[in-house]
Design a protein around this ligand. Structure first.
Ligand code: C2E
Ligand code: CA
Ligand code: CA
Length: 276
């Protein structure tokens, strides 16, 4: 697939970038916690292009802020479909944490869409690329001051390291999906995941398991005390129009999880009710 600058420029003109929403679930209660926003490019000729294929191109040609802006506009416009307790997580490129205009841009887009920044998490990867740690710390501090939470994405894959856990004010740790996939049949991987969850918890961070594809993996993460999970087991990334269906489906799943657990001390009705 040979795409160039002109394709990207045209895609903005034709409005071909849009967000998908993937459910994130509270492992203890089965309750829906929110959605991660994932970018897609609906190319006129090539169909749907995944972000791993086009983000490098968008970055190379200097369109990353335009992409974030376009996605945030559509994301916050759709946020009226979310019950009040649900959160949204967005991904930004590491280079954007060196951009002093990013907190203002995010705040403005959220304000226009009427979405409180206290319900927004910003996910970051490849922090090893930071050339200017003190600038990144300052921008991260501004985002936190606005009320956003910060998440260290893909933890353990080599790009997100222990070093950054201490240097930047992260609230959340996402265990890379390669670890979740390797857990089945590998006691070593299981121990690593348990250690990462323990580390996150001891640092007071919310832990998130990514790429959870089946109940075995979900049960293992629940047993380790991981707070949140996302993956095909809970729902594939879907367009904004599907949010009401996903919210309703999660309520049903939540009730089933709690019935299965048969914990009489848990009020299934209350646990599945989205808090105001
Ligand atoms: P990520 O943030 O780690 O997002 C999770 C990826 O795992 C998504 O791929 C999602 O579709 C996929 N996934 C979710 N559940 C499962 C599962 O159960 N099994 C497996 N095998 N995969 C699962 P996607 O949407 O292709 O996104 C790839 C990456 O592109 C993201 O990885 C993120 O780093 C980046 N990205 C996505 N949207 C944006 C954006 O708006 N801006 C920037 N800068 N990067 C973005
Ligand atoms: Ca992410
Ligand atoms: Ca990830």
């Amino acid at each position: 697939m040979l795409l160039d600058r002109e394709d990207v420029r045209r895609a903005f003109g034709e409005d071909e970038f849009f967000p998908l929403f993937q459910p994130q679930v509270n492992l203890k209660t089965g309750r829906l916690a929110g959605f991660e926003v994932l970018a897609r490019w609906r190319h006129a000729r090539l169909g749907s292009i995944p972000p791993d294929a086009f983000i490098p191109l968008v970055l190379r040609h200097g369109f990353i802020n335009s992409l974030t802006q376009r996605l945030l506009g559509k994301t916050f416009a759709a946020s009226s479909l979310l019950p009040n307790a649900l959160r949204l997580s967005i991904n930004i490129a590491p280079i954007q944490l060196l951009d002093t205009t990013i907190p203002g841009r995010i705040a403005e887009a959220a304000g226009e869409g009427g979405f409180p920044l206290e319900r927004l998490t910003i996910e970051l990867t490849e922090c090893a690329l930071f050339e200017d740690l003190s600038l990144a710390q300052s921008v991260a501090g501004e985002l936190k001051a606005l009320g956003c939470r910060l998440s260290l994405d893909d933890f353990g894959n080599g790009e997100s390291s222990l070093f950054h856990l201490e240097k930047l004010p992260f609230d959340e740790l996402k265990v890379d999906r390669s670890f979740i996939a390797a857990m089945t049949g590998s006691p070593g991987s299981r121990k690593i995941v348990a250690a990462v969850i323990g580390l996150g918890k001891s640092l007071g961070m919310t832990t998130v398991a990514e790429g959870v594809e089946n109940e075995t993996q979900a049960a293992a993460m629940r047993a380790m005390g991981c707070a949140l999970a996302q993956g095909w087991h809970f729902g594939r990334p879907a367009p904004a129009e599907e949010i009401p269906r996903m919210v309703a489906a999660a309520r049903g799943t939540c009730a089933r999880v709690l019935t299965f657990v048969e914990d009489e001390s848990v009020d299934a009705e209350a646990a599945c009710t989205v808090e105001a």
